[in-house]
Write a protein that binds this ligand. Sequence first.
Ligand SMILES: C[S@@+](CC[C@H](N)C(=O)[O-])C[C@H]1O[C@@H](n2cnc3c(N)ncnc32)[C@H](O)[C@@H]1O
Length: 223
Amino acid sequence: MEKDILSQMQREWDERAKENARYYVNTERENWDDADFFASGERTVAEEILTDMINICQGKKPEEMRVLEIGCGAGRITRALAGLFGEVHAVDVSGEMVKQAKAALKDRPNAHVYQNNGMDLSVVPNLEFDFAFSMIVFQHIPSREVIWNYVREVNRLLGPGRLFKFQVQGDTSIEHKPGDTWLGIPFSDEDAVAMGEGCGFEPRYRHGAGKQYFWLWFFKNPA
Ligand SMILES: C[S@@+](CC[C@H](N)C(=O)[O-])C[C@H]1O[C@@H](n2cnc3c(N)ncnc32)[C@H](O)[C@@H]1O
């Protein structure tokens, strides 16, 4: 794995976080107040999670579930996840984002946030997870190898049959430049299927191929 790209992601996301973390997390606004910023996370959970509880929970009660989030930023979605699920563990490559997420979650003792190295989940306790989620994160990662590695890492931590629901950049016409940590590497439908199957998942559902919001439902293969 290229070490340079990991330190570049960390450095550039720290810079963005110091300049205006909430804007770079959700570019709909430049000046987010607490209420609106966290309401946008609640909306994301309402749209992407509450509409999909059969796949996500698979019969388990949300309050009994342990969930994982990759690229938590300033805690926008993490806070809403912690209001719904029993335990939330989240990672982000940027120490500055992690600092802001921890502040946003100080009244949510069931949420745990870690700074990671930008490519694996070795900082997360080696526990079995019931669900994993990531949105507006892989679309920024310039390396296919890093994204594959995350998918393998999620597979390591998820229970058999459990879901990793996440979004990648699906617009393959974008001009991705090597090393660009804003406009990351795109995935075609074939790329997505190859990644799922290559990392121990059934890539059961895919929605939005060809668009920025290309959503993938990867179910971990049974034991
Ligand atoms: C646009 S923000 C979105 C944050 C959050 N997912 C949300 O929707 O509120 C992208 C986040 O991904 C993080 N990130 C970028 N590359 C990463 C990597 N390789 N590993 C972990 N986090 C990464 C950034 O630090 C940033 O916090």
